[in-house]
Design a protein around this ligand. Structure first.
Ligand SMILES: O=C(O)CCC(=O)C(=O)O
Ligand SMILES: [Fe+2]
Length: 323
């Protein structure tokens, strides 16, 4: 149990429709989007040779989901959350730190779930693009998830960098990650700061189903042990309430990567979740493309990205049948 839950709860239901209308009417001034000039390319040798170390893993069934969100995959076979260490080498983490620090000039402040972040980061960094389209990287994350994964089809929602600082003179409001569930299902939250570099900033999650979440009740809230830069919390993000506490000292930076299962033929993301962020007009064409991609056969989705298909058998999950 985590002792305090000082975080606000992100708008739900009609509150999201209101935010969508607000975002539609007040489009933020366009930000700088020049790709980052850091001359390094992703290489598969940047994955830890010994593979990731998982210190805690709970399936969706362990979290209380008796019914699986996927018709033909048991909820005991899908990861609900995993604490992941050493997925990447120290060199890869250092490169990500440089890139994500460099992307801060593209960050916007908002009233949305995360106060300060740079979205669409794969379009801004060839390294991040290469990492998210590397079969070896996707296979490593698929093994953590329990299902084969591809990069999330919507580029804006695929990779974002979050920046957390304490309140200060120029920024009187402290930056938080409100209590929320993600729009996407498969989310790798990679922390790029060492715990010694900041205080506060704990990654909290609710160790149960979404319908049992009560913002006033911290009995089933836990803090993920993300202590070293490069540690990550993998989440079935659309089903696990989570948030990030305000940072009281120093700086916390994180990279949030979203994936989708091309075999699933369905996606949890909601129009109003996306539109509350980007506005209705900007969301509509991406939303239609997303629906189309989700209905495309898995083999064609892999082929479109030039990636040899990742199969359930390859993950050692022969029991999980394809949808
Ligand atoms: O910054 C983090 O560690 C995670 C934030 C988060 O939950 C999100 O961006 O959806
Ligand atoms: Fe999240």
């Amino acid at each position: 149990m985590h002792r305090t839950t000082p975080l606000p709860l992100f708008a739900r239901g009609l509150g999201r429709v209101k935010l969508a209308l607000k975002s539609t009417l007040q489009r933020a001034p366009s930000r700088t989007t020049a790709p980052l000039d850091i001359p390094c390319r992703w290489q598969d040798t940047l994955l830890s040779p010994a593979g990731p170390v998982i210190s805690d893993s709970r399936s969706l069934a362990d979290l209380g989901y008796a019914r699986s969100p996927h018709p033909n995959i048991a909820s005991g076979a899908i990861t609900g959350l995993s604490v992941v260490h050493r997925l990447l080498t120290a060199e890869a983490v250092a490169t990500l730190q440089r890139i994500c620090t460099g992307l801060e000039h593209c960050a916007g402040n908002s009233d949305w779930i995360i106060s300060r972040r740079t979205r669409g980061a794969t379009a801004l960094s060839p390294f991040l693009h290469g990492m998210m389209h590397s079969r070896a990287f996707l296979l490593a994350v698929s093994r953590i998830a329990g299902v084969p994964l591809l990069p999330y089809p919507m580029v804006n929602a695929r990779a974002q960098v979050n920046y957390f600082y304490p309140a200060c003179a120029g920024q009187p409001r402290e930056q938080v990650g409100m209590w929320h569930t993600d729009g996407t299902n498969y989310v790798l939250n990679l922390v790029l700061s060492n715990a010694a570099d900041y205080s506060g900033g704990q990654f909290l999650f609710h160790n149960h189903t979404i319908d049992t979440f009560d913002v006033q009740d911290c009995r089933s809230v836990e803090a993920a042990p993300l202590n070293e830069a490069g540690d990550a919390l993998f989440l079935y993000g659309s089903r696990v309430f989570h948030g990030v506490c305000p940072v009281q000292r120093g700086r916390r930076m994180s990279l949030v990567l979203s994936f989708h299962c091309p075999y699933a033929r369905q996606d949890s993301n909601r129009f109003w979740h996306l539109a509350s962020d980007d506005g209705i007009a900007a969301t509509l064409p991406h939303w239609l493309r997303l629906r189309w991609t989700v209905l495309t056969p898995a083999q064609r989705q892999f082929a479109a990205l030039g990636i040899v298909p990742i199969t359930f058998e390859e993950l050692g999950r022969a029991e999980a049948r394809r949808c």
